[in-house]
Design a protein around this ligand. Structure first.
Ligand SMILES: C[S@@+](CC[C@H](N)C(=O)[O-])C[C@H]1O[C@@H](n2cnc3c(N)ncnc32)[C@H](O)[C@@H]1O
Length: 228
């Protein structure tokens, strides 16, 4: 009799989460897991202000939720794939890669956030075997991407600076952060694209960085860009 409970091609047993289709080249999801992820608008799933892991994350003025990025990573990659974030910030993408069993490469200009990312991965990730698969490189993405191997990346996901929004005087969370001694901008560096005043110039520089990602990208793979 034909055994329908086991997928012979990839040896994945059928579970309560549904059946995995061996023709699935995109991710490791079953049909049951796949369908709910196809909605076009997601509500952000943060950890909540009281969660102990919020301590490091809040030292950066504009992190995205690693749980949301983990969702994207689960949908657009398979276990063992490599993900690039050219604006790594405080390492939310790398934390998501570590929890999801993917390799992460992050590029971040500000050395302080590079160090906090390393600390975050070491202290917050419980899947110890995945910690060593996460790499954060300090530098300008315009230079660092050129040093990465061709065809080495399966998925690019990032949250770039949103022009010079953090410099706006009326930015709503700003005063609260000032009161708590937290950063209100990424850096004072001219290389930081969040410090470019002219909008067209900002777009040009962002385009240069995203275009450079193409060289390291494997064929038929996917770009993701997160915005809030
Ligand atoms: C919106 S934040 C990313 C936050 C990140 N998604 C997280 O959750 O922590 C954008 C980051 O881009 C960095 N950045 C700005 N210009 C850069 C450049 N030329 N190369 C690399 N990183 C840059 C900033 O220092 C900032 O940390």
């Amino acid at each position: 009799m034909k055994d329908i409970s086991v997928n012979k091609a990839e040896e994945k047993p059928e579970t309560t989460k549904g059946k995995y289709d061996p023709r699935n080249k995109l991710n490791d999801l079953t049909s049951t897991e796949w369908i709910p992820e196809t909605i076009s608008v997601w509500n952000q799933r943060g950890l909540g202000a009281k969660h102990p892991d919020i301590k490091i994350e809040k030292q950066h003025p504009a992190p995205f939720s690693f749980t949301d990025v983990a969702r994207l990573i689960r949908f657009f990659t398979k276990k063992g794939n490599t993900v690039l974030d050219p604006f790594a910030g405080i390492g939310s993408t790398l934390k998501a890669c570590a929890t999801e069993g993917r390799k992460g490469v992050g590029i971040e200009l500000n050395q302080k956030y590079v160090e906090l990312t390393e600390k975050r991965i070491k202290t917050e990730v419980t899947e110890e075997s995945n910690i060593d698969d996460q790499v954060v490189i300090q530098g300008d993405s315009r230079d660092v991407i050129d040093t990465l191997d061709e065809n080495s990346i399966d998925f690019v996901v990032t949250s770039p600076p949103y022009w010079n929004i953090l410099h706006k005087k009326d930015h709503k969370a700003k005063q609260e952060r000032v009161d708590h001694g937290l950063d209100t901008k990424y850096s004072d560096s001219d290389i930081d694209i969040g410090n470019i005043d002219d909008y067209e110039t900002f777009l040009d520089e962002l385009t240069i960085i995203l275009a450079k990602c193409r060289r390291v990208f494997k064929a038929k793979k996917i770009y993701g860009c997160c915005s809030k």
